[in-house]
Design a protein around this ligand. Sequence first.
Ligand SMILES: [Cu+2]
Length: 167
Amino acid sequence: MFYRKSQFRLLVAIVGSMAMFFAAPAGAAETLDFYITTVHVDGKTNIHGDANHPPEAFPLNQSSQGPGVALTPPDATGAWKIRTFIFEPAQIIAREGDHIRLHFVGVQGAHHTIKVIGEGVDAHLQLDRGYVKTVDIPSVKTGTINIICDDHQPTMNAQVIVLPAAG
Ligand SMILES: [Cu+2]
């Protein structure tokens, strides 16, 4: 067979792209974007009761759990609240070799001091409300990556669970 040069180049390109397609193993590494939002959850009630609640006593004997769980005693009207800080989502699954990007979205809480620690990862960031900050991990390793907010312990934690690559 005889091909003109331009036809030959085209043929090489097509065969080359097919080879790449067939060479890609099942379960090949992916690029994954995860958005992790800062959240606080509030429970509000009143020692005298209100339109939505029966009377609820303030938990006087509850020992402090740290800044991640804040109890605000009853005000002059008897209203009191509990607030806890969390990441949403708190658990993420990836596979060995995946390229993952963790985008932290500051929605609730004025400020968070966040660390992302695992095999080959040691990132520290300051996150103010209204900002999005990204931790880019080009190739994750099997194991656990811990995400911790130093400002809101013991509750504000998350994990990336990295499973072995698919066979
Ligand atoms: Cu925090």
